[in-house]
Design a protein around this ligand. Structure first.
Ligand SMILES: C[S@@+](CC[C@H](N)C(=O)[O-])C[C@H]1O[C@@H](n2cnc3c(N)ncnc32)[C@H](O)[C@@H]1O
Length: 202
């Protein structure tokens, strides 16, 4: 597990009681996954994104290495597994998604390679090159965020500053190393503090 500071109860509250749930819903919408497709949400936490996808007719599975996340399940289709060893054959999933997972990893490329092995398309959500503590503070002030929502936003920015913030070129390079082309990318959250990226097999 890469998130050493927070447990499943924290992520359950984050996904169900803060604006993060709306960001995951926007990500699901942006991915535009056709009904009937098979999608894996890798590093799902308690599984809100998989639940939202399932509600739109996607055959969605949440995958998490932390048994506590699986126990807090918001979605029936949860799988206890490591993203480095996904229990799916080559190309058997249509999509593999990862929201705020790869940027936390010291070495994200092997995890991305494994997602690209199992799925025909990969959809990623990570802090963008515009994420800074100052930008996050301005957003939190403008949105009147308090309590968990504010703490989470500032914690997110602090981690991103320490660990990774990816721009379009970074993601194109990482996807290419996994045998994928960057199909599209977009900025979201405030002035664009979060970057979405869709990769497709070349
Ligand atoms: C910051 S949380 C993000 C949760 C969710 N994707 C979201 O955006 O709300 C990172 C999640 O990735 C999971 N994770 C970390 N390393 C993993 C790995 N190697 N394989 C599968 N899950 C992993 C953690 O257990 C945690 O649930």
């Amino acid at each position: 597990m890469t998130d050493l500071e927070h447990d499943a109860t924290y992520f359950l509250e984050l996904q169900t009681k803060t604006g993060w749930g709306r960001t995951l819903a926007k990500f699901a919408e942006w991915c535009a996954i056709p009904a009937g497709s098979v999608a894996l949400d890798v590093g799902s936490g308690p599984g809100l994104l998989a639940k939202l996808l399932a509600e739109s007719g996607v055959r969605a599975y949440g995958v998490d290495v932390d048994a506590g996340m699986i126990a807090q399940r918001l979605h029936a289709g949860m799988i206890h597994a490591d993203t480095l060893r996904l229990p799916f054959g080559d190309g058997t999933a249509d999509y593999a998604l990862a929201s705020n997972v790869l940027y936390l990893m010291t070495e994200p490329q092997p995890a991305l390679n494994e997602m690209a092995r199992a799925a025909k398309r990969v959809a990623l959500l990570n802090p963008s090159e515009l994420m800074t503590m100052q930008a996050a503070t301005e957003l939190a002030d403008a949105a009147g965020l308090e309590g968990l929502a504010r703490d989470t936003m500032l914690n997110y920015a602090g981690r991103a500053e320490r660990l990774a913030r990816w721009d379009e070129d970074d993601l194109r390079r990482m996807l290419a190393a996994a045998g994928m082309a960057l199909e599209r990318t977009a900025l979201t959250v405030g002035s664009g503090l979060v970057r979405l990226a869709m990769g497709v097999r070349e």
